[in-house]
Design a protein around this ligand. Structure first.
Ligand code: HEM
Length: 343
């Protein structure tokens, strides 16, 4: 049975990372409002592929909630009915949550795939939760963190709706991202608690301190990065998607702190690497961490000095969340191991 638990924790983690990547792609392509309503998309389970599908048509059956675009505004069918030859406004209600009314098939389908992946992650976590119930007495930590993951993904779904209804308020996007990190954290606890690892050497106090400090530094970098992203979002509104050369033409202080702190992040992790080598501990995690930081810095440099080349924005976010995941997993493996949480 615990094999299933391990399998579904792994699947949940992979799908959650795919959702993070899809969410980042939604932002890069400006597809956030590709589906202006939630959970359906223009009132349909499978969204339209052509703008003509959203035009009012005579002698056509509409179901309650179906959406049309009329005079640059969204109208929602107030009940199921069939149109006759004349457009009758009484059958339609204006969509009031925001006034965004544009259809772009590419944006709609990118946002729709993002939502589909979100639904798959919800299903994976629900199955994981089902398997965790068996461990409620034997190892409550597994059940508790599976439950937290389930509540986390439900909260994420609700937050996704709020983000769309707020017409992509930057603060709400940031909260959505922080919640995704928390979800990764919950799943990693389930993973570590449900797996047995061979006995490893106990790291020294110095390594422990370095481990925590480098993790805190990553969290600070992520918080600053979110601040930078909110600033970029405002610049995109000002200059448009096609003018990335202006987005960081006069950056705020938070950008310079974010950029320079990377040097400290790199040095602290290099110190951790040297200490791990000296104490002859497993080098795998710190190696991966250093590669991820190197990649993150390279992507940051590309964005700033080469005007946001294709895919650098979502990659910068995905690498940051991977870095967070690997560091936390390493810490959990070392720390939880000593409380004998493994099978
Ligand atoms: C350890 C190093 C770094 C980490 C962990 C990190 C992390 C992050 C995170 C989490 C974001 C928010 C992404 C989002 O919400 O979409 C971000 C944004 C950003 N970071 Fe970094 N970053 C690092 C280094 C750098 C460096 C060295 C630079 C520049 C030279 C840089 C430039 C940027 C820029 C321009 C943004 C805004 C990206 C956007 O609009 O999508 N970062 N960073």
């Amino acid at each position: 049975m615990h094999k299933q638990l391990q399998r579904w924790t792994r699947i949940s983690l992979i799908v959650v990372y795919l959702v993070i990547a899809a969410g980042a792609t939604v932002r890069m392509t400006g597809s956030g409002m590709g589906c202006p309503d939630w959970p359906k998309c223009f009132g349909y389970f499978i969204p339209p592929t052509d703008a003509a599908q959203l035009e009012w048509k005579p002698n056509t059956k509409y179901s309650e909630g179906n959406v049309i675009i009329n005079n640059e505004r969204l109208l929602v069918a107030s009940a199921s009915f069939t149109t006759n030859d004349q457009f009758n406004i009484d059958k339609w209600e204006p969509y009031t949550k925001h006034d965004y009314a544009v259809f772009d098939a590419k944006h709609t389908w990118i946002e729709f795939i993002n939502r589909l992946l979100g639904a798959v992650s919800g299903l994976a976590i629900l199955i994981l939760f089902g398997f965790s119930i068996k461990w409620i007495r034997k190892k409550p930590i597994i059940f508790i963190f599976s439950l937290l993951s389930l509540l986390g993904i439900l909260f994420q779904a609700w937050l996704g709706k709020i983000v769309v209804e707020s017409n992509l308020l930057p603060m709400k996007i940031s909260l959505h991202m922080l919640m995704a990190l928390l979800l990764v954290g919950f799943l990693l606890v389930v993973r570590v608690a449900s797996k047995s690892f061979g006995l490893s050497k106990k790291p020294s106090r110095k390594i422990s301190i370095l481990l925590y400090s480098t993790f805190v530094l990553t969290l600070v970098q992520i918080a600053l990065g979110i601040e930078v992203r909110q600033y970029i979002d405002a610049q995109v509104v000002r200059w448009g998607y096609d003018s990335p050369q202006y987005w960081l033409a006069a950056p705020e202080l938070s950008f310079y702190i974010h950029r320079s702190l990377s040097i400290l992040v790199l040095l602290a992790n290099a110190w951790l690497f040297v200490s791990v080598v000296k104490e002859q501990l497993e080098k795998f995690f710190i190696r991966v961490i250093l590669w991820l930081i190197g990649g993150e810095v390279a992507l940051g440099i590309a964005m700033f000095y080469f005007d946001f080349p294709f895919a650098t924005q979502p990659l910068h976010l995905v690498v940051a969340t991977l870095l967070f995941g690997v560091q936390l997993y390493w810490i959990l493996r070392i720390k939880l191991h000593h409380y004998d949480l493994s099978f």
